[in-house]
Write a protein of this length. Sequence first.
Length: 242
Amino acid sequence: MTSKTPARVAEDVDESSLNYAEIKALATGNPLIKEKMDLDNEVVKLKMLESNYKSNRYRLEDKVVKSYPEEIKRLETLIEAVREDIRTAEPLGKGEDKFTSISLNGEEIRDKKLAGEKLLETVKKVGIFEKKTIGKYRNFDLEVKYDSFRNQYNFNLCGKTKHSGELGSSPDGNLIRLDNVIEKMTDKLARYEQNLETTKEQLENAKNELTKPFEKADELKSKVLRLAELNRLLDMGDVEEK
């Protein structure tokens, strides 16, 4: 074999090396040659496993030190923001349509039908590349932006954080869309809380994994030492232990 021999998968190397070792062992009558060839392949496999173990360990260390703590902090901030927005949201009215009022460009509108019409009229005046706060609804700033890719207007109800939705062409329907986004804040809160618990569990699992050593470390060490001994016996030079 030369230094230009292409790299092959471990199974192919095992088969060809063993065949070569067997032939050479028969030719020379020296069983140490076959043992050396077998150990060469075993040590390569073990070092590949060790390399994978170290790579996984580096990734886990980065997650434990940086990724998971940052995600936990982000989720905790979002959870507190959504909780505050839920507390801040103006309750729906007690009337038949439950509508209270909406403020558009400084004008407070209490009639539901007129509010829906004025909202649609105001939204259509927002430019294609413009993001604009057009009023307030149930204690949240109402921000609108046109999505040219989907050919639709999107909105954000802005409190401690933003709550997003899509606007349509129905005046009454748009008011319902605004209400739905507010009512779904509790679902969003539950989702964030679940994600937080999951992230915390992942952090603890990662910490636990970092306490585990490379399980084949002793086997690798003993085989490297034996390979070095064989190389000396066969006068093929020492193997540097790493």
